[in-house]
Ligand binder design. Structure first.
Ligand SMILES: [Zn+2]
Length: 84
């Protein structure tokens, strides 16, 4: 099962395998959006595959995430010292 295109990352392979997993509802997404936004704001990347998938397909939540990330980043640049 080897292809020569750009090699998918392990997480992308997992995403393909998880194709039948039900997507989160917006409500579920919202519940974890602040945690997810923090991860993105810190440059850690998507913290949750289902969240990532929902956000790819849901413009409303993606916009909410964008707003949160902007706020968090403003906060981060405002106070560069990690409270640890
Ligand atoms: Zn949504």
């Amino acid at each position: 099962m080897k292809t020569v295109h750009t090699a998918p990352t392990p997480s992308q392979v997992v995403a393909l395998l998880l194709d039948t997993t039900p997507w989160l509802s917006c409500e579920d997404c919202f519940e974890h959006l602040d945690t997810y936004a923090e991860s993105v704001a810190h440059g850690a990347g998507p913290a949750s595959e289902p969240m990532h998938r929902h956000l790819l397909g849901c413009a409303a939540c993606a916009e909410e995430l964008h707003t949160l990330v902007e706020l968090l980043r403003a906060d981060l640049s405002d106070d560069l010292h990690d409270r640890g």
